[in-house]
Design a protein around this ligand. Sequence first.
Ligand code: ADP
Ligand code: ZN
Ligand code: ZN
Length: 685
Amino acid sequence: MADAHTDSPLLRMAVPSPLRRSFHYLPPAGTTPEELSCYQPGIRVRVPFGRREVTGILLAVEHNAPDVEPSRLREALTVLDEEPLLPAHLLKLCLWAADYYQHPVGEALHSLLPVALRQGRTADYRGHHSDRAGSDPEPPGETDTAPPLTDEQSDAIRAVTEAEDRFDTFLLDGITGSGKTEVYLQLINRMLESGRQSMVLVPEISLTPQTIRRFQRRLPCRMAVLHSGLTDRQRLNAWLLAARGEADIVIGTRSAVFTPMKSPGLIIVDEEHDGSFKQQDGFRYSARDLAVLRAREEGVPVLLGSATPALETLRNAQLGRYRHLRLRQRPAATTASAPFRLLDTTGKALQDGFAPELLQMIREHLQRGNQVLVFINRRGFAPVLQCSDCGWVAECSHCDANLTLHRTPPHLRCHHCDRRRPPDRHCPDCQSGSLNAVGLGTERSEAVLRACFPDTRILRVDRDSTRRKNAMQDLLEEIRQDQPCILVGTQMLAKGHHFPAVTLVAVLDADSGLFSADFRGQEHLAQLLLQVAGRAGRAERPGEVVVQTRHAGHEILTTLIQDGYTAVTDRLLEDRRDAGMPPFSRLALLRAEASEPDAALNHLTEAREMARQLIAERRLPVTLNGPLPAPMERRQGRYRAQLLLRSPDRGHLQRLLTPLCRHLETTTQSRRVRWSVDVDPQDML
Ligand code: ADP
Ligand code: ZN
Ligand code: ZN
């Protein structure tokens, strides 16, 4: 029986499984050689796996499988597709990504497919018009016309157009409001004229109906919109429209980078510095970096746009790998950038977090009939509830973290595991009744402003106030009424929207970013300040930006204000070079967690020994740092540890990670320890 099969070609399959390998199967019973010769990599095949039946992706038809005994080979069940679901270029990219990010190939491919296709359903478009993802189609006639371009815009468009039909990477480095989106629109329009598709990747927070409408008003075309809020059917439909070339624009958040396209012509990544392009769990890929690789595979240009490019991207531009296009000016019809100033709060008595001068400025702007934006990057009423007699602080019982006090409705909440409980009335340690809310969140800022400006509308914008469906739309609608009001909010206000009637932007606390445990803290602070500042103002009402700080002399803040973002990034790049940190090195973070205190650390100590051996054997320039407890060691009741791996070169890091992960996979006996690897980690905490 077994021998009869050894000559038969075998199907090498990617199967959804946590194992970092592929699996061989015999072709389905009765498959003819002619049929077999038509099987292309990228088609789906139903196969038995353990006691289950799963959908796998064919990787290759091969004649031998050195790692399996012929007698143990099982037969595949059904071939589901005639044409590959994933075209060759895309399949290659996905395999590269699974390899590079050290993720099991079957799981990686599986996670990229719309749910219906994972389940093995046929890849057919069904449903009525409203299922077309996103698309309230605009009534005809409501189209915008293109403005005449500025010289800088024309230069940028010319540079990208000259790269048509071949791979090249461009950094479109332009201050907020300088017309980057206008550049995208005109480039996409050229693609439309030549019958090519464009892919636009945007950060999670900015894929709003406004964004989509802006594209739709300008471009008479079919769009496939992909984001996490779609039903399975909508997602499948959008995916198929893109795959068949029936959608001219594919616009979506990070996972959209894996959408098949029939005739791609251009890839755009907007706000390329945004952290949401990196997936933080499971298959931890960077959609921004994969967009560049995809463009290379497809042989098309890719445009990375930002007002505040990431240091990695700037470094690539400095090295000449990316072509640096700049938009330094806003188009004349719009407005100049708002001037920045620091408000030194050292030694000043603050009124619940607000300097008296700031409250006075807010008053003046409101009196002139304008709107004010107050930015504070913390939800809730106060980050700490403390006993003023003994110093007790309300902490989460499952995390190394304080509980945040919320007022609407009153409760204590952990922002890391989401556990909630009623606020204490008495100190559990000394029974004192004097418990104090310490520090400032959005709810408290809102309350302070209500007390100071009882006749003014105050609109709070954070994850809590916008949970209800359409809540954000309603808030934006209200802001657009142009009446004097104060917007208080988190980074939901910092991105994606423009508020033309806002003339004062106040940042309540810039200091946590200056002294963050994350080595990217200062880079992120500079980006955030410029992004918030960029929300405001228009031609006839220029804005101003005030930043409250106790460190008004800090070099990063003074450099940003006097010399701008480029001066800050030059400075930060020097620091990174001195410290040997990215972009002057490559990192990978090995994480482990367990419910017992030392298990995760012990596991990583073993991993370090294994890594040391591999480094010595293969003479790899990789340094190891740790293992150490994670900055927040206990989270959701589990103890966490991490081991940092660093190398000047990503190839060397890969030569260590691949055998190391295989080894960890086979030696992780204890199911009590969960481990993962994060290549090019963004979030180090
Ligand atoms: P960014 O994407 O860089 O923030 P946008 O493309 O959104 O900038 O442009 C900001 C504003 O300026 C928009 O209202 C846009 O319509 C307008 N605009 C862009 N380019 C021009 C131009 N060449 N002439 C006049 N207005 C322009
Ligand atoms: Zn007490
Ligand atoms: Zn918690």
